[in-house]
Write a protein that binds this ligand. Structure first.
Ligand code: C5P
Length: 419
């Protein structure tokens, strides 16, 4: 399903030659789903990994593959095409960016369409490198990346993990959602600040799993995306981040400490262990409210009457943190099917929160909320005031939440200094 966002842009996606080039096809889909117009430019070596037809089919546009056209008229047209494309687009995004492209961009080499356009381009540039770990770590690459960053290019750092070459380490193309969010941040001219540099943010994310027997559990539809987006945003704004995460299929954001847990009880324990070092607590996890009173020691068999499932409450982590609050800023989330604002205000008071992010959930909000990369709702503060958050990326919503946190922090500080 196509989900349009408020601001749609024209993006040039440069695809350079690496095994991750195939992932650029999915990236195109994510960008076009969000309403952006994508013009793909491929380097020669990228075309050895993926055919231009793939991208032409996905974008509905001819892919630019070389600097000089093959026919006379193409030669005439393409001689100014790179200037024209550069002038028409709002963002130059290169994913995957090979060591070669990073070197060429850093040194101003212009020997094909992408590198020539890069020099002719005056707008924001985002690069998502992907390569073998040793190539990434090589001082030459690192110095090229540092030069590009110093010049204002946004780098979407590669993830660590198993690489196609068989090595383990940093070099894998970053999570595609992260690339999209960074690209949209660059389009909106969001400049990174360090306004959370003095904060330690403790975040719970994802679902919990409560065992019924050794192979079955009670869980929920939470994907963990909201909590991970908040962690990433807080980290990029300079905070130290501890992310207590239920089981999710997401790559942890760079630079965050991740504590993996399965059950509400484990999440509760991890939060209490790390609470004293935190200055901000955000309960984003969809914690099970009830768990089976006792998990069966062996797999339940299907014979006779269905076994009774006796439940007991799990610890309410947010409620407990609210009680132990001290000078912390405490943020809760409330997914509600009805009376969204009323329930959110009641929850804020009951759990002693400073902020509640209220999300309507239900069949008419299937594009947002659980599992989606988008979210919508209201930001309710302790005065009861509610600010509407229209449909936006979870990353953007995280930025809005943290803006509010910074605002609250400043208000506390100024009331303290005026006393
Ligand atoms: O009460 P309800 O579950 O709707 O509240 C949702 C908020 O409380 C979320 O922020 C969630 O992370 C948090 N919560 C918690 N521990 C629980 C249940 C909910 O921290 N056991």
């Amino acid at each position: 399903m196509s989900t349009k966002t408020a601001s749609q842009h024209s993006i040039v996606l440069g695809v350079s030659g690496g095994i991750a080039a195939y992932k650029a096809a999915e990236l195109v889909r994510l960008l076009t789903d969000r309403g952006h117009q994508v013009q793909v430019v491929m380097t020669d070596s990228a075309q050895r990994f993926v055919g231009p037809l793939t991208f032409a089919s996905l974008t509905g546009r001819k892919v630019i593959t070389n600097l000089f056209g093959e026919t006379d008229s193409e030669i005439r047209d393409s001689s100014i095409e790179h200037i024209d494309v550069a002038q028409r687009s709002d963002l130059l995004l290169v994913a995957p960016a090979t060591a070669d492209i990073l070197a060429k961009f850093a040194h101003g080499i212009a020997d094909d369409f992408l590198t020539t356009m890069h020099l002719a381009y005056t707008g924001p540039v985002v690069v998502a490198p992907a390569m073998n770990t040793n190539m990434w770590r090589h001082p030459a690459t690192q110095s090229n990346v540092a030069q590009l960053a110093a010049r204002g290019v946004t780098i979407v750092e590669p993830d660590a993990g198993d690489l196609a070459c068989g090595m383990v380490g940093p070099g894998r193309l970053a999570d595609l959602e992260q690339i999209v969010e960074t690209a949209e941040g660059a389009l909106e001219g969001r400049t990174r600040t360090d306004d959370l540099a003095s904060e330690t943010v403790l975040i719970t994310a994802g679902p919990t799993q409560e065992a019924i027997d050794p192979v079955r559990f009670i869980a929920n539809r939470s994907s963990g995306r909201m909590g991970y987006a908040l962690a990433r945003e807080a980290r990029e704004r300079g905070a130290r981040v501890v992310l207590v995460s239920g089981p999710v299929a997401l790559t942890p954001p760079n630079g965050c400490e991740v504590i993996p847990v399965e059950t509400a009880e484990q999440m509760h324990r991890a939060v209490l262990e790390r609470l004293s070092e935190s200055t901000i607590f955000a309960a984003v996890a969809a914690v099970a409210d009830y768990r089976p009173r006792a998990a069966a020691p062996t797999k339940l068999k299907k014979h006779g009457e269905p076994p009774p499932l006796e439940l007991e409450p799990t610890p309410d982590i947010l409620l407990e943190v609210g009680r132990l609050k001290g000078g912390r800023i405490v943020i809760g989330f409330a997914a509600e099917t009805n009376d969204v604002l009323e329930n959110a205000r009641a929850k804020l008071a009951a759990k002693n929160c400073d902020l509640i992010v209220a999300n309507p959930v239900g069949s008419d909000t299937s594009d947002t909320g659980f599992g989606s990369s988008l979210n919508q709702g209201w930001l309710v503060d302790s005065t009861g005031e509610a600010t509407e958050l229209p449909s936006m990326s979870k990353r953007e919503m995280s930025a809005r939440i943290l803006d509010k946190v910074v605002h609250l922090r400043k208000a506390v500080e100024s009331s303290r200094s005026s006393r």
